[in-house]
Design a binder for this molecule. Sequence first.
Ligand code: 5GP
Ligand code: ZN
Length: 137
Amino acid sequence: MEKCIFCQIVAGDIPASKVYEDEHVLAFLDITQVTKGHTLVIPKKHVRNLLDMDSETAQQVFAPIPQLARRLQTVTGASGLNMLNNSEAVAGQTVFHAHIHLIPRFNDEDGLTIDFKTNEPNFEQLSQLAKAITNEV
Ligand code: 5GP
Ligand code: ZN
């Protein structure tokens, strides 16, 4: 079976522009640079995506993110930043090793468009859904 591309980066088999590394986590610049400084933060161990991730791994992956985000902002001069995760193909995942995108933001036309469709609130539905999610084990 062909090895996962991000596992190959962790192993040092293919190069990456690393910006952060510790025992469990690696962060490196995304090759496509949606905006300047676009960075991927990954667990070193192979996890498919957020839907497969345990809490301990999530803590390890998210712990360095605030400081890394501030470094990206300082270096790129960004005004803000989006943090994104695509889990499964329907959500846009193309590399099936979990990763968090950190995307510095400069203005409305900087390369990233996020379009939230808005709906009229239905409070009864919200209440039922919230109960179902709260009680799901
Ligand atoms: P996804 O669509 O799965 O959320 O994001 C995958 C990201 O990985 C894409 O933004 C893509 O540009 C990036 N990517 C794919 N292959 C490589 C690679 O070999 N090196 C680096 N640095 N980024 C990669
Ligand atoms: Zn992998």
